[in-house]
Ligand binder design. Structure first.
Ligand SMILES: [Cu+2]
Length: 337
């Protein structure tokens, strides 16, 4: 018992190390979550950038105020009661309880109001009508003087140009949210909500539905591609063209399996528009509204059993379809660029 063992304290080392890990792990994870294709901190639009700077300013102000209040409490607790007088207390309340907050909140109000202004719109803005469906996105581009172009599950916008989204829904309420671009806006049946944005840098990002809308709400995302204006115009011109390469055997199978009862492939099959337009399907980055990558396997899996990918999906399954047929159809669809 009397022998002093210097090693007995080494027990603290592993403890402090695991404590550090306990703290740093989540902090790192949180910081990691602050960037990426779907983050308000990876801002690529005017509105998201000003929201981000507002966040930093508010955080800095809150930190300064918290430190100040803690310091005051510490000071009051340390000072002997005989040295604290009523007048001094009132002075503190006047400066830090009334005048200080009033000034600070006024400055923040003016600053926030200037940040809350929506972007001015003009006649040559690009208009995109987006409809939230269960559980995918119908997008219609309305270029100035051009014909409207329908596509789905992918939004492409030119950098530096004002884009006015017209948002609505035919069934339930969805919410259109591209975190890196702007705030969320609800898509409400029977009304059209506007969202005006301007992208500041090119890149591939992601948007989501931010309002619970049914079983596959969490599988209702979309790719967002901000492009240089010239590349964008080229892309839009291509989107306006009908599908090419019409003599594929997949085209006949597509019709004979009844896919055109819900899908249109402009130039090939003028089907219904219940499901997503597939005219340039192969040029999209993902399958099933941001749920699977654009690969042949993913397309086949989606066609066979879409509900295994998206519970509650509005497309029937085709489980009896042969391996050969599903491969032929998938090959046909992926070639639609
Ligand atoms: Cu939704």
């Amino acid at each position: 018992m009397t022998d002093h063992n210097p090693d007995q304290f080494s027990v603290f080392k592993p403890i402090s190390r695991s404590l550090l890990r306990l703290i740093f792990g989540p902090v790192l994870a949180l910081l990691y979550g602050c960037t990426g294709i779907q983050s308000t901190f990876s801002a690529f639009g005017v509105e998201a950038e000003s929201t981000r700077s507002l966040t930093w300013v508010m955080t800095a102000a809150a930190t300064v105020i918290t430190i100040g209040v803690l310091w005051l409490a510490w000071y009051a607790a340390r000072t002997p009661a005989s040295q604290l007088d009523y007048k001094g207390g009132m002075r503190v309340i006047f400066w830090f309880g009334a005048l200080g907050p009033t000034l600070l909140l006024s400055v923040l109000l003016v600053f926030s109001l200037s940040k809350m202004r929506t972007l001015p719109t003009g006649t040559d803005d690009l208009k995109i009508a987006v409809t939230g469906e269960q559980f995918w996105w119908r997008a219609r581009y309305l270029p100035v003087g051009g014909q409207s172009v329908e596509t789905a599950n992918e939004i492409r916008i030119p950098v530096g140009r004002t884009v006015a989204f017209a948002l609505t829904s035919p069934d339930v309420i969805h919410s259109f949210w591209i975190p890196g671009l702007a705030g969320k806006v609800d898509m409400i049946p029977g009304r059209t909500n506007d969202l005006v944005v301007r992208a500041t840098q090119a890149g591939v990002y992601r948007g989501v539905c931010a309002e619970f809308c049914g079983l596959s709400h969490a599988h209702m995302a979309f790719d967002v591609v901000a492009m240089e204006p010239a590349a964008f115009e080229q892309w839009l011109t291509n989107m306006a063209h009908p599908a090419t390469g019409g003599d594929s055997p997949g085209r006949k199978l597509f019709e004979s399996y009844g896919c055109s009862g819900c899908h249109t492939i402009r130039g090939h099959i003028e089907g219904a528009t219940i499901g997503p337009d597939l005219t340039h399907f192969g040029s999209r980055l993902s399958v099933g509204a941001g749920t699977l990558p654009m690969t042949l396997d993913a397309i086949s899996r989606f066609i066979r059993n879409p509900a295994s990918v998206k519970p509650g999906v509005m497309m029937p399954d085709f489980r009896e379809i042969s391996d050969k047929d599903v491969a032929v159809i998938s090959n046909y669809l992926v070639e639609l660029r």
